[in-house]
Ligand binder design. Structure first.
Ligand SMILES: Nc1ncnc2c1ncn2[C@@H]1O[C@H](COP(=O)(O)OP(=O)(O)OP(=O)(O)O)[C@@H](O)[C@H]1O
Length: 361
């Protein structure tokens, strides 16, 4: 299928990957939804075992999902035949892995590694290829070590060269799996900044998968993955206040899937002792959620009136459009057993727009 510049560059819908090991099924991805627009730079962050590598392996064309759909730059990853897969991996996407040995050949210099990627894909020759190698090494600020082999480079230089290799064939999408996993904090920050400037200068759509929460400080959008699903998102932006001063703002949102499911943040669930089933109330601009498993929870919900706008410590309020700003981790699937006829109580939507002092972008 031809590449496309219209529509999302990454689109996963209800993506499922089930592994079977020793007769036991493991659901690594449990209906994951993800949409990344052209030119975006997004970090997917999650704890160990949450399904990050499984997602990236599918997006890179090395594995296929059990169910659902996934497309990258117009390529349907579940329907792709082997010939298209080869072209896809050579030209449409570029990869940066955590281990240098997976990114670079040890017996080639930095410049030769970049040139090899073009040679394999047959994308350019002669002077054009040499010029492209120079351009990429300069862009990644490793032109001064172009004639060194990987073992003669620092960890940060190795990853910069790896990024140059990944970009050699001008991919539409750059996929990175823990690209800073083996680097110290300062070097990680420098490599992430290099990826950010590549994203801005070349417009390549970039997806970074990592367990490192500090990566979120280098991207505008962070998607949290938990138990094989996307649970929350943080969007960072810069606003100008009424005095003309710039402030960085981070807003956190719960992710609502196609059928209306969301994961309540773990801290909300714990604070209100929500379990088994909860009560819901639809209000003009939000949805209220109350503990439903005890008589006192039911009574509390039933006793509230819709003109009571005071803050109420035993309920969580969610705007009807799902654009809430819950914080922290989330639990899987609390919405499956929701009761729909709860009594009503309005609540100020806890929309969260806190100034962000970190070096947010
Ligand atoms: N080939 C496999 N066979 C069986 N189970 C697997 C396989 N690959 C992954 N899993 C399981 O799927 C789940 C998700 O694994 P995955 O590697 O995607 O997580 P991750 O978020 O990348 O974790 P980490 O940060 O530790 O690499 C885990 O429970 C893992 O044990």
């Amino acid at each position: 299928m031809a590449d496309t510049l219209t529509g999302p560059h990454i689109l996963c819908t209800d993506l499922v990957r089930i592994f079977t090991a020793d007769g036991v099924e493991v659901q690594a991805l449990q209906g994951l939804n993800l949409r990344v627009e052209p030119g975006e730079m997004v970090a997917v962050i999650g704890a160990s075992g949450s399904g990050k590598s499984t997602l990236l392996t599918i997006l890179s064309g090395l594995d296929t999902a059990t169910a659902g759909s996934a497309s990258v730059a117009g390529h349907d990853l579940l329907a792709m035949r082997s010939r298209e897969r080869v072209q896809y991996r050579r030209r449409t996407v570029g990869f940066v892995w955590q281990q240098t040995s997976r990114n670079l050949l040890p017996y080639l210099t930095a410049a030769e590694n970049v040139a090899l990627a073009m040679n394999v894909a047959g994308t350019s020759r002669g002077a054009a290829r040499a010029a492209r190698v120079d351009e990429l090494l300069e862009l990644l600020r490793v032109d001064d070590v172009r004639d060194r082999r990987p073992a003669e480079l620092s960890g940060g230089q190795q990853q910069r060269v790896a990024i140059a290799v990944a970009l050699a064939n001008d991919p539409l999408v750059l996929l990175a799996d823990e690209p800073t996993g083996e680097l110290d904090e300062a070097t990680s920050a420098a490599v992430l900044e290099a990826m950010r400037s590549v994203n801005e200068e070349l417009g390549v759509t970039t997806l970074i998968v990592t367990h490192d929460p500090t990566v979120s400080g280098h991207v505008r959008r962070t998607v949290q993955i938990r138990d094989g699903r996307t649970s929350t998102e943080v969007l960072r932006s810069t606003r100008v206040d009424e005095h003309g001063a710039e402030e960085h703002v981070a807003e956190e949102f719960a992710v609502l899937d196609r059928v209306g499911r969301l994961q309540l943040p773990h801290e909300f669930v714990q604070r209100l002792d929500l379990r088994d089933r909860v009560r819901l109330a639809l209000e003009p601009d939000h949805v209220g959620v109350w503990p439903g498993s005890t008589a006192s929870g039911a009574d509390a919900a039933a006793g509230r009136r819709s003109d009571d706008a005071a803050a109420e410590p035993s309920a969580a309020g969610l705007p009807a459009d799902g654009s809430v700003a819950p914080t922290g981790d989330s639990l899987a699937d609390p919405a499956d057993d929701l009761l729909s006829d709860a009594s009503r109580a309005p609540r100020r939507a806890p929309r969260h727009a806190a100034p962000d002092d970190e070096e947010s972008r």
